[in-house]
Design a protein around this ligand. Structure first.
Ligand SMILES: Cc1cc2nc3c(=O)[nH]c(=O)nc-3n(C[C@H](O)[C@H](O)[C@H](O)COP(=O)(O)OP(=O)(O)OC[C@H]3O[C@@H](n4cnc5c(N)ncnc54)[C@H](O)[C@@H]3O)c2cc1C
Length: 439
């Protein structure tokens, strides 16, 4: 008999972990507290538009775990490549191409000639691991040695990749680790790789894809099942408690945020393991989606308003399935820091976003059919700044429990952390089939 695995949480981490294990012959049960799967990766239909929570952009596509899963478990992903030539920074008085490719670096007005060379050298040094940052030093301080333009360029890039308006607080080793990977996907010689891609059909398409793989391989998905506690024997989890049912298994993967783990393990001697991670602050943004009856012509599909730290993506340019015929779906995101959240600045951000829409998409108010505003959307459960650390995927003292999600250690940021932590724990489970027999 193959091992029985229970996965708690049906977000991208839980779904990808369950799908990979089911595909590899494990008996998998996935429990999700909501009626719908997907967690934060949801698609909400409204008046013919499909609003996705998030722009469903996958960074470093060709080396992403989602690409790996596509091949490995036959997940269908309709990749829609980001157009770097249509991505701009708005610096207030002028716009300039976003330097996400070597061509973009060459064309951008953010850097003058000598700083372009300097920036190019820094990119190369990051790629070959000469630039690695320093433990205990934040990137803002680490980059003090650089000319102002180069420092600003790096921090602006980090704002958009880490969804933050305080990029200077990112630990420098994490910063260079991230960009080594990211720069590796920029167009280089004959190895043309893609840095950013969207997913056609939105999050819904891959959520459904994972669910199909789980069910086709004999796995079970149980929605509306909130797990309330774990039952343990020594250092082993033997079962978890749902609303009315107890689920036993050989191994357990908890793809639920640290606060939830802290509650689940409250009656065990292991609760303290989750305490630190449950107190860290998340990356929070204001999201403002608008569905328009007709397209507004624009040279941009992505524009980052640097002063206000707001970006707009023309989602429907990449994914026409999210609009009714002839329509347009734009998504604006404004970053929030802890202080702004504490001082209820979200309403001001909404007004700022509307002004940015006015500037780049004049006439949007007359064509508005549907809109969706979320003033406190959690992009990443643990924000990678200062001393906040991501949670391990495995604790030494819990022998058959694993953890995955965008709050766990892994590659990249955002959903890549969900996928890569899930990939890591499923690899560990597959590499140690003897654990059960060794009991
Ligand atoms: C506005 C916005 C924009 C974004 N844009 C991007 C982007 O462009 N690119 C990108 O890569 N990422 C993006 N993200 C991030 C991405 O959405 C998340 O990283 C990812 O969806 C997190 O998935 P997860 O499975 O790790 O966590 P979650 O989605 O939080 O999943 C946890 C699941 O566990 C369930 N659960 C919790 N407690 C229990 C319990 N006790 N019992 C049972 N079930 C439970 C929850 O209901 C949930 O379904 C964005 C996010 C937002 C909000």
């Amino acid at each position: 008999m193959s091992e029985q695995i229970v996965v708690v949480g049906g977000g991208l981490a839980g779904l990808s972990a369950a799908a990979r294990l089911a595909h590899n012959g494990y008996r998998v049960t996935l429990l999700e507290k909501s009626p719908k799967l997907g967690g934060r990766a949801i698609t909400i239909p409204m008046k013919g538009f499909n609003f996705n929570f998030g722009a469903h952009a996958i960074y470093a596509r060709d080396i992403s775990v989602l690409s790996k899963l596509e091949k490995e478990i036959n997940l269908k992903v309709d990749w829609k490549n980001f157009s770097p030539s249509k991505a701009f920074y708005d610096l207030g008085s002028f716009t300039t191409p976003m330097p996400t490719t070597l061509e973009g670096i060459y064309k951008t007005k953010i850097l003058d000639r000598s700083n372009k060379i300097r920036f190019g050298i820094e990119v190369m040094k990051t790629l070959v691991n000469i630039e690695r940052g320093e433990e205990g030093v934040l990137i803002g301080d680490y980059l003090e040695k650089e000319p102002e333009q180069v420092r600003d360029m790096f921090l602006t890039l980090a704002s958009s990749n880490f969804f933050t308006n305080e990029p200077e607080k990112i630990p420098s080793p994490l910063f260079f680790q991230y960009y080594k990977r990211f720069f590796g996907t920029m167009a280089m010689g004959s190895h043309r790789k893609r840095a950013v891609s969207y997913i056609g059909g939105g999050w819904q398409s891959i959520v459904e894809g994972f669910a199909k793989i789980i069910e086709q391989n004999g796995g079970t998905i149980i929605p509306k099942e909130k797990v309330t506690k774990v039952i343990m024997n020594g250092d082993q989890v033997t079962a978890i408690q749902g609303k009315e049912t107890t689920y036993e298994a050989d191994q357990f993967i908890f793809c639920i945020p640290p606060k939830e783990c802290y509650n689940l393990f409250s009656e065990t001697p292991y609760q303290h393991l989750f305490e630190e991670y449950s107190k860290y602050s998340p990356t929070v943004v204001v999201v403002y989606d608008i569905g328009l009856s007709e397209r507004i012509r624009s040279p941009f599909t992505y524009v980052y308003q640097k002063g206000e730290r707001v970006f707009i993506t023309d989602i429907s340019y990449y994914d026409p399935t999210c609009v009714p015929e002839g329509g347009q779906l734009l998504q604006a995101i404004a970053y929030l820091n802890d202080e702004e959240i504490a001082n209820n600045k979200a309403d001001e951000k909404v007004a700022t976003i509307e002004a940015v829409y006015d500037k780049h998409y004049p006439g949007w108010r007359d064509r508005l059919v549907a809109k969706r505003v979320s003033k406190k959307a959690v992009v990443q459960e643990i924000k990678c700044i200062n001393d906040q650390r991501l949670m391990p995927t495995k604790f030494y003292s819990l022998s058959n429990a694993y953890f995955a999600g965008d709050w766990c250690q892994g590659e990249g940021q955002l959903s890549e952390l969900s996928f890569s932590s899930a990939y890591d724990v499923t690899s560990r489970i597959m590499q140690h089939p003897m654990e059960k027999e060794a009991e």
